[in-house]
Design a binder for this molecule. Structure first.
Ligand code: PEP
Length: 252
């Protein structure tokens, strides 16, 4: 049975005091998580250990970094390595968010290297893919996303791909308040699962969690998550409000 996941991406938000407050609220929230219904909190790097500590008694909660570098260690000022995250017992890392692809020029090839090093250090990559508005308007979204998956993930073995979580995030829906319809989300998630099945076989594809991201809120989460191939969400803006994010977790 594949995992259902509510993942938060705080992006570059929150002062230390705000982070403490948000984490305290999450630590006392009433959530219906289980081993197969989990929550992952993607915080800015300076707050990783704080988040780990604050949520240490919260069952089925994990902490994610929002990025890691392609190299193990060395003269790469300002970067964060997978080895460091592993040594801090961080379990997940977001890789290939569209903001990193756009503002930090991360290519599919670079992202393949990041996925490799994350897996080498036992981190679960939450691999983001998704098309811009022009691509959707030209109806090229399926081949575009397929290419992102092929170029960054398809060198992985069966054992490795089973460690990856995929997040489909149409760029036109991120931070815009414009959510993909339930049908648009299901259609793309089914396409992603078919692409995975063609490469790795149906049985493997059925075990990979595919999250939807793009203006998920407390009010639309349940309908999105009810789609057959939508296994939860990667949530930006709404994850900065503990009550709203709790509603999203409980919509799994
Ligand atoms: C995101 O940053 O991954 C995201 C989906 O943002 P938002 O929920 O704010 O659209």
């Amino acid at each position: 049975m594949r995992k259902q996941i509510a993942a938060a991406n705080w992006k570059m938000n929150c002062t230390l005091q705000q982070a403490e407050e948000l984490l305290t609220k999450l630590s006392t929230a009433t959530v219906n998580t289980t081993e197969n219904k989990i929550s992952i909190i993607g915080v800015p790097a300076p707050y990783l250990l704080l988040a780990k500590d604050k949520l240490k008694n919260k069952a089925n909660f994990y902490i994610a970094a929002q990025n890691c570098y392609t190299k193990k260690s060395g003269a790469f000022t300002g970067e964060i390595s997978a080895e460091m995250l592993h040594s801090m017992q961080i379990t997940h890392v977001i890789i290939g968010h569209s903001e990193r692809r756009e503002y930090f020029n991360e290519s599919n090839t670079t992202l393949a290297e990041k996925v490799n090093i994350a897996l080498e250090y036992a981190l679960t990559p939450i691999f983001c893919c998704g098309e811009a508005l022009e691509i959707r308007e030209a109806n090229n979204q399926n081949s575009f996303v397929e290419n992102q998956l092929k170029e960054s993930l398809f060198h992985l073995s069966v054992e490795q791909i089973l460690q990856v979580v995929i997040a489909y995030e149409p760029i036109w829906a991120i931070g815009t308040g414009k959510t993909a319809s339930n049908e648009q989300a299901q259609e793309m998630h089914q396409h992603i699962r078919n692409v995975l099945a063609n490469k790795y076989g149906k049985e493997i594809a059925e075990q990979i969690s595919i999250l939807y991201g793009g203006s998920v809120k407390g009010s639309n989460a349940a309908d999105l998550f009810a789609q057959n191939d939508v296994d939860g969400g990667l949530v930006g803006g709404a994850s900065l409000n503990a009550e709203e994010f709790t509603t999203i977790i409980n919509a799994l």
